[in-house]
Design a protein around this ligand. Structure first.
Ligand code: ATP
Ligand code: MG
Length: 344
């Protein structure tokens, strides 16, 4: 059999690729570093993924580190296409027989028709033979093993880099969905702002992210933690190192955490009572990278008085769900909301 089937979770922070029969084969930051060329619109790709992210905040003049996905949708079309092309090249190697695969790509539930079409166009433009899209909450639910076809509603909360999304799924479709455009990235920015204001220290987004992922939390920790953070003192332009505590990091994240709590509360309030009862009975699944923030699941659980369970592999839920669709394509095809055929 020729041809491969590829599933892509193209997030604001990470790109995760699943290949049928092989599982997750690629997990990289969704960043591209480019050098602008003198001719109009010309550019040269310098790095993609981990290497491009490492360049963020330290690229010389003329080079730019770009995050093509913003708040879950395509912000820079050409660079999104480059990212997908890079993934397809990586999975097909140099085998030209494998170079026009069937691709299923996930999109936020709240993406507009225009935004959905852009995902399809970028996927086909990057070399896919066929491109399909699936809504992220559906694939996240499949990825964590929830029974999406049952009449019992289930709720999935996905907190990624660019968006926080809550959805209720029943009978294979999305019944309620709501999202806020603030998630992991906004948390990093809040930490950088706090460090600047309190310690008059400038830090980059990668450093702020490391602080969040090392000592960040949504509820008090025992014991509370400390971390040394290095940056630049703007008063003299010299490097400086300070100690930040998990208490002040948590405080800086508070308004974003409250925003996520409010989003979940509103979604529950909007729900028909029978569905709300199902959700309370079966519990809520928390997915996306920020699900790993200590205390977040417990805090959400307290707020809505319902058990909140962290997905087993929160960074991979969506890609694993897309994988389940590929593994059983003829049956699962009906959950793909938009289909366009190329030449396979
Ligand atoms: N241990 C951790 N604690 C807190 N946050 C974490 C942890 N590990 C990863 N993250 C954060 O999770 C976010 C990335 O999550 P994910 O890969 O699910 O996002 P994405 O799918 O790329 O974005 P989106 O779905 O919003 O488009 C980043 O902000 C990252 O810093
Ligand atoms: Mg995501």
């Amino acid at each position: 059999m020729l041809g491969i089937d590829v599933g892509i979770d193209l997030g604001s922070s990470n790109i995760i690729v699943y290949v049928k029969g092989r599982g997750i084969v690629l997990s990289e930051p969704s960043a591209v570093a480019v050098r602008k060329l003198p001719r109009a619109g010309g550019y040269e790709i310098i790095a993609v993924g981990r290497e491009a992210k490492a360049m963020s905040g330290k690229v010389p003049k003329g080079i730019e580190a770009i995050w093509p996905l913003q708040e879950g949708v395509i912000g820079n079309f050409d660079m999104t296409e480059e990212l997908i092309r890079y993934c397809l090249r990586r999975v097909s190697g140099n085998n030209s027989l494998l170079s026009h695969p069937r691709v299923v790509i996930s999109v936020p539930a709240e993406a507009t028709e225009v935004e959905r079409k852009a995902f399809i166009d970028a996927t086909l433009g990057a070399g896919a033979g066929e491109a399909y899209i699936v809504e992220e909450p559906i694939s996240a639910a499949l990825g964590v093993g929830l029974p999406i076809d049952k009449a019992n509603g289930c709720m999935v909360i996905d907190i990624g880099g660019g968006t926080s999304e809550v959805s209720v799924i029943s009978l294979g479709g999305i019944v309620v969905t709501s999202s806020v455009r603030s998630a992991g990235r906004a948390m990093d920015a809040a930490i950088a702002a706090m460090v600047r204001q309190r310690y008059s220290l400038l830090i980059g987004e990668n450093t702020a992210e490391e602080v969040k992922n090392t000592i960040g939390s949504a509820l008090p920790l025992t014991p509370e933690l400390e971390m040394s953070v290095k940056g630049l003192d703007p008063s003299n332009g010299l490097p400086k190192s300070i100690l930040v505590s998990s208490v002040e990091v948590r405080e800086s994240l508070e308004s974003i955490t409250i925003g996520i709590e409010d989003m979940v509360k509103v979604a529950l309030e909007k729900m028909p009572p029978e569905l709300a009862k199902d959700v309370v009975d079966s519990g809520i699944v928390l997915s996306g990278g920020v699900a790993l923030l200590p205390g977040l699941a417990e805090r959400l659980s307290n707020t809505v008085n319902t058990p909140v369970i962290v997905a087993e592999k929160p960074l991979y839920s969506v890609a694993l769900g897309v994988g389940k669709i590929l593994d059983n394509f003829s049956v699962m095809r009906r959950v793909l909301t938009y289909v366009e055929r190329g030449s396979r």
